[in-house]
Design a binder for this molecule. Structure first.
Ligand SMILES: [Zn+2]
Length: 349
């Protein structure tokens, strides 16, 4: 919990670097663009919305962060009808003229440029939040870059992504990047309890969450077909030399964009990193060492052990694959490469 002036709140969990950054800023020193990066389910969009409400709150305050929850600005914001807040999730396409079919909820780059060129209706600020942003084409990204050549006063753009390597360097360089780390188990448990989950179940889900509220909810839903469970199973089978099915990554699903596939693979890679780390702890004899994913201990303990030097090499290889996935290499190749790194070497004849 952060310190806000009396009568104001700023309700986020975790988000330490973002709190440090924005807590030390005033409105005059705000940048035009922020890029919130970090794994899925650690509060990037929640923080962005709280920040937007803080900027659109009409009750005077000395700090940047904090909202009163009862002024007209706050009321409109909470109702989802504030004219100076625009939020959209997912793919940004260049526009209807490009010929591709668009869903109603999709924001086009043309919409975006129009939104960005408007001054605030009620407020001095206008906040545009593009959550889990991906640009369908370079043209769509360039529309945003044009805005940064001459940003209108008061407009603030916040992008969030869990696959920042997929954004053009020209986009990244124009935004102030704010990293979001994983949540602690206690923080995940606290969020779940606040949502009415009994303390004991919240604790179990938090222990299995790897610091992501999204994964904690998957665990609560018993969703072992979800990405987390499937990734652990894939790790176990691949390490045992089997050809594990990676259908859960939906690489052949044409309804998903390349960016969405990358995001799925990035999330799977995080799980595999945790799995490899916990397996290494168990393989090197740390039977009682605390695991990052204690709920997967049985599966990980059943994965064949390897020589210490091979364990170390495997951890390094997994870290390399994570780096590779941040580049422009296709999601399918990243998975193939990871499989090669994990599979046991054939025994010499
Ligand atoms: Zn307010």
């Amino acid at each position: 919990m952060t310190s806000t002036p009396r009568g104001f709140e700023f309700d986020v969990v975790g988000a330490r670097s973002a709190l440090a950054l924005f807590g030390a800023l005033d409105r005059a020193r705000l940048s035009h663009g922020y890029l919130f990066t970090g794994p899925a389910g650690v509060g990037k969009k929640t923080f962005a919305r709280r920040l937007a409400q803080s900027l659109l709150c009409e009750t005077p305050k000395l700090t940047l962060l904090g909202y009163c929850n009862h002024c007209t600005g706050c009321t409109l914001f909470v109702a989802g009808t504030h004219p100076d807040f625009v939020a959209s999730d997912g793919v940004v396409k260049i526009g209807k003229e490009a010929g591709s079919a668009l869903h109603d909820e999709e924001l086009t780059a043309r919409d975006l440029v129009r939104e960005l060129s408007l001054h605030g209706y009620r407020s001095d600020h206008r906040v545009v939040l593009l959550g889990d942003v991906e640009f369908a084409t370079h043209e769509a990204a360039n529309a945003l870059l044009k805005f940064f050549e001459e940003p209108p006063a008061g407009v603030i753009v916040i992008l969030t992504t869990n696959a920042s390597g997929t954004l053009l360097p020209t986009i990244r360089s124009r935004f102030v990047e704010v990293p979001f780390g994983v949540l602690t188990g206690d923080e995940v448990a606290r969020i779940l309890e606040r949502e009415g989950i009994p303390a004991k179940r919240a604790r179990i889900a938090a222990d299995a969450s790897l610091g992501s509220i999204t994964r904690a909810r998957e665990v609560l839903d018993g969703d072992e077909t979800g990405l987390r469970g499937a990734s652990f199973a894939w790790f176990g089978e691949t390490m045992a030399g089997q050809v594990a099915d990676h259908g859960f990554l939906r690489l052949d699903d044409r309804s998903l964009s390349a960016g969405e596939k990358r995001a799925l693979v990035a999330e799977m890679l995080e799980v595999v990193r945790i799995a490899a780390r916990d397996w290494a702890v168990l393989a090197l004899g740390g039977k009682d060492a605390p695991l990052l994913a204690p709920d997967q201990k049985k599966l990980l303990a059943s994965v064949p052990k390897r020589k210490p030097e091979d364990v170390v090499a495997l951890l390094a290889a997994v870290a390399d694959v994570a780096k590779l996935s941040e580049s422009n290499v296709s999601a399918g190749l990243v998975v193939d490469y990871l499989r090669m790194q994990l599979a046991p070497r054939p025994k010499p004849a």
